[in-house]
Write a protein that binds this ligand. Structure first.
Ligand code: ADP
Length: 434
């Protein structure tokens, strides 16, 4: 009988008593499994033994998390039974080896080596998520790598704890679907309010001109429905990013004239608010592949911030630079600036710099996190430099690529987003009160 490699321990209840059930496979002489032998062990009777100091090892071996101990050279020292049972490997095949010597594990645990080396190098706990494909099924794991130290504080190994969190995927999907549905439900009535207001503005111009109170209140309704639309649009887009629905739709076009046109229409708006916007470029024309809609959203978000957080009689400079592999777009303002310690958090969703000197605007803290996602989906990056009371400078670096076969962007996709570029700008700038 060869019972070592196929063994499983389960806890079961029989006639109100708790037993530990040890299952061993029974083999014939040719190593074929011909049966299973089960041995029930009375845990209560065993209690004495458990209390003798075996309690911890009993828990470790029966917990559903996987626990692995390695030395500082990443050689496996030990692991719990659950790990061996679920992965179908024997302790002999695991202990004394590195993961790269066990192909079936190395194949599915793609980040283990890199994360082990990071834990050893940094000497700090690493927490990450990994999706593992096992037997054709995807499992999500949350993995903790904890440095293991001797009593002198020297790092002598790593403890891995892996928890199967696949159930979270379903919950996350439900949350995202709910959010996406809710946002769409909110957008529909808002669009109707907004378009009715636009119609009143055109068809009832005389009535509005002769009734200043009506004009004022229609103005407030209009401004606030645009603000709500901006918020809902941003929420929908963030949700789309999270669920991976956002599509990158590049097209070959002249990026210089594209940014210049956006800057010029914003310049008009900025001028009405006492802010001077200038545009400068080191190339006349640059045909490259970029996603028009995403770049426009990015620019409008950055420009709206550079107006919102500017000072009276402030300035904004839009600078374009052809840097070979990259095309750089800089939006620089002479505004209130961002404290150094806040520079990292402004790209996180819902994060805003508090204690502003001026309260000339309101926002949701979604804009820059969306900008970061919009730039990332185009393969680019964004950097910020800022000095309090002097101003801020956001630079986007987009990789220069030209599509071989011009993917002609369907006009409707672009136009359907919101009637015209002017309307899109109005929505994007609706939370500016100067
Ligand atoms: P919000 O809707 O609050 O503007 P954002 O994500 O666009 O959200 O910006 C996050 C925070 O970063 C803002 O609340 C503001 O404090 C700061 N910020 C963004 N752009 C600028 C800028 N050009 N100048 C100063 N502060 C800025």
């Amino acid at each position: 009988m060869k019972s070592k490699s196929y063994y499983r321990k389960e806890i079961c209840k029989l006639k109100d008593k708790i037993y530990s059930l040890h299952k061993h496979a029974i083999y014939d002489n040719s190593s074929n499994v011909i049966g299973v032998m089960g041995v029930f062990e009375d845990i209560v009777e065993k209690k004495e033994k458990i209390e003798d100091g075996n309690t911890l090892s009993y828990i470790i071996n029966n917990i559903s998390d996987y626990i692995v101990l390695k030395d500082a050279n990443r050689v496996h020292l030990d692991c719990n039974n659950t790990f061996l049972q679920d992965l179908g490997i024997s302790r002999e095949d695991f202990v004394g080896k590195k993961i790269e010597e066990i192909p079936e594990l190395n194949k599915i645990l793609k980040h283990t080596i890199e994360k082990d080396l990071e834990t050893i190098k940094l000497g700090t706990k690493q927490i990450y998520n990994e999706t593992v494909l096992y037997d054709g099924v995807e499992f999500d794991f949350e993995i903790i790598k904890e440095p293991f130290r001797d009593s002198y504080g020297n790092l002598v190994g790593i403890i891995d704890i892996a928890r199967n969190v696949s159930h979270r995927r379903e919950v996350e999907k439900l949350r995202l679907d709910f959010f996406a549905n809710l946002s769409h439900e909110l957008r529909t009535p808002l669009n109707l309010i907004f378009s009715s207001l636009q119609t009143i503005d055109v068809l009832e111009k005389d009535l509005l001109e002769n009734n200043s109170r009506l004009k004022k209140y229609i103005g407030i309704i209009s401004q606030n429905s645009k603000r709500l639309l901006k918020l809902v649009n941003n929420l929908i887009d963030s949700t789309k990013f999270d669920s991976g629905y956002y599509k990158y739709e590049p097209k070959n076009d002249d990026i210089v004239s594209f940014i210049e046109n956006i800057s010029m229409s914003v310049a008009e708006f900025a001028k009405q608010n006492g802010i001077c916007l200038t545009f400068d470029t080191d190339v006349e024309e640059k045909i490259m592949a970029f996603d028009l809609e995403k770049l426009e959203r990015t620019m409008l978000n950055l420009l709206s911030n550079s107006i919102k957080y500017n000072k009276s009689n402030g300035e904004i400079h839009v600078l374009l630079q052809d840097a070979g592999d990259n095309f750089n777009i800089t939006v620089k303002d002479s505004g209130i600036g961002i404290p150094e310690e806040k520079l990292d958090i402004i790209f996180e969703r819902f994060n805003q710099v508090e204690n502003r000197f001026t309260k000339r605007s309101e926002g949701s803290g979604i804009g820059l996190s969306l900008v970061k996602d919009l730039v990332k989906i185009q393969g680019g990056s964004i950097e910020v430099k800022s000095k309090v009371n002097v101003g801020s400078e956001f630079t986007i670096k987009l990789p220069v690529k030209v599509l071989e076969e011009n993917n002609v962007l369907k006009e409707q996709t672009y136009n359907n987003l919101a009637n015209s570029s002017e309307v899109r700008m109005n929505i994007e700038f609706s939370d500016i009160y100067l």
